[in-house]
Design a protein around this ligand. Structure first.
Ligand SMILES: [Zn+2]
Length: 90
C-alpha cells in the first residue's frame, strides 16, 4: 500500500495490487464513469516505483490495522499521522 499526499493536503491510500485509490477522482472517474484507468495518485505511485523515488516503511499487522481504522480524510493537521507524507510499501 502507498500513502500519497494529494494537492489539497488530503492523504490517500493507494493499493498497489489491483490498482485502487481512496480519492474521489478514482471513485467517479475510474469506477463510476470508467473514463480513466487510474487517478493521478496511482500514476504518481507507479512513476515513483519506476524511478525508485519513494520512502518505504515496514509496519506490523497491528500498526497497519490501526492506520486503516484511523480517519485520515480530515484536513485537521493535528490529527493526521505524522508519517503520512511518506510512501510506505509492503
Ligand atoms: Zn487517487
Amino acid at each position: 500500500m502507498a500513502i500519497v499526499a494529494g494537492s489539497s493536503n488530503q492523504v490517500y491510500n493507494c493499493l498497489l495490487t489491483g490498482d485502487f485509490c481512496t480519492c474521489p477522482s478514482y471513485t467517479f472517474t475510474v469506477l463510476v464513469k470508467m473514463e480513466s484507468l487510474m487517478c493521478k495518485h496511482l500514476l504518481a505511485v507507479h512513476l515513483a516505483e519506476a524511478l525508485g523515488e519513494f520512502n518505504s516503511k515496514t509496519i506490523s499487522d497491528e500498526d497497519f490495522a490501526a492506520y486503516m481504522s484511523f480517519d485520515n480524510t480530515t484536513n485537521d493537521k493535528s490529527s493526521q499521522d505524522p508519517g503520512a507524507s511518506a510512501l510506505p510499501r509492503n
